[in-house]
Design a protein around this ligand. Sequence first.
Ligand SMILES: NC(=O)c1ccc[n+]([C@@H]2O[C@H](COP(=O)([O-])OP(=O)(O)OC[C@H]3O[C@@H](n4cnc5c(N)ncnc54)[C@H](OP(=O)(O)O)[C@@H]3O)[C@@H](O)[C@H]2O)c1
Length: 302
Amino acid sequence: MATACVTGASSGIGRSFAEQLAARGHDLIVTGRRLEKLEELERDLAERYGVTTEIRLLELSDRNALEVFATELANRDDLVYLVNNAGYGRGESFTEDGFSEHERMLAVHVTAPMRLAHAVAPVMKNAGAGAIINVSSLASLLASRSSLMYCATKACLNSFSESLALELEPHGVRVQLLLPGFTHTEFHRDSDLYPGKKRNRFLLRWMPAPQVVRLSLRDLDRGRTICVPGTANKLLQLLTRLVPRRLRNRLSSRGISSAFFVEPPAELSPADAETGIGTETGPELSDSRGVSAPQDHTGDQS
Ligand SMILES: NC(=O)c1ccc[n+]([C@@H]2O[C@H](COP(=O)([O-])OP(=O)(O)OC[C@H]3O[C@@H](n4cnc5c(N)ncnc54)[C@H](OP(=O)(O)O)[C@@H]3O)[C@@H](O)[C@H]2O)c1
């Protein structure tokens, strides 16, 4: 049976991808760092859809573990989907944080998706079929001083995905860049920076993860390279194009849009509140798991 690989499938958008691809009849290879969540997913998918799920416990910023996993995928000729979904946000100060923190985000959001795509693309190309979905964020279209590396790494993923689509689509391999907006997942579970953050405001509309994934797969079936799920998110994307970049960044640095988008609580410093349009990334600020440096991993564990 054709197999789908989803990174970061232990919760949120990745879990929904695993469920919806299983519903389409695919066996799965899923990654994450929380074994119990992945085992629960495995049981659930077997019961509901009768598919087989292989679990790989993987810290994606661990270069050696990534290499082992990439080599494994390069040898799987049954792979028809790669969903590069794993990601995280954290409160950032580019200058005050150690560079190792920035390198870690770069590894998870950029190196890992590129390495895995590099592993599977030749196989898919030879087969003349397959799909790679890279999960970025609407935040990638913005500048933000408080989510600098998040926006920068996701923006890099955007450019990579669109270029990869140009290379692979003539060979029958589809590539999708998925740009979700606010989505109900575990991403924000430890984020108490903005008490009002989960309320819909103007164009900021929270979406359930299964809906984001349904729209992504629908757009993939329709051959669309870029998927911005939901009308409000599409309008936001349009706004980022229409507002001149200088003005947008100025608004962002003055925090004007935070008045519309997010209520900065009193205890936040003015600098914290000045994320402006970049407050689209506000709820994505904290590391949802508070996970620090790469820990022990098993690159190839079922
Ligand atoms: N939620 C939103 O509002 C939103 C908006 C735009 C874009 N996104 C993007 O959507 C993607 C999925 O996030 P989500 O919202 O579904 O969050 P989530 O529920 O927190 O899921 C994140 C997944 O990524 C995995 N992961 C995180 N860091 C990892 C690392 N260093 N190594 C290996 N796996 C790691 C987690 O695995 P473990 O927990 O098991 O370690 C988990 O399975 C991310 O790329 C995020 O940037 C989310």
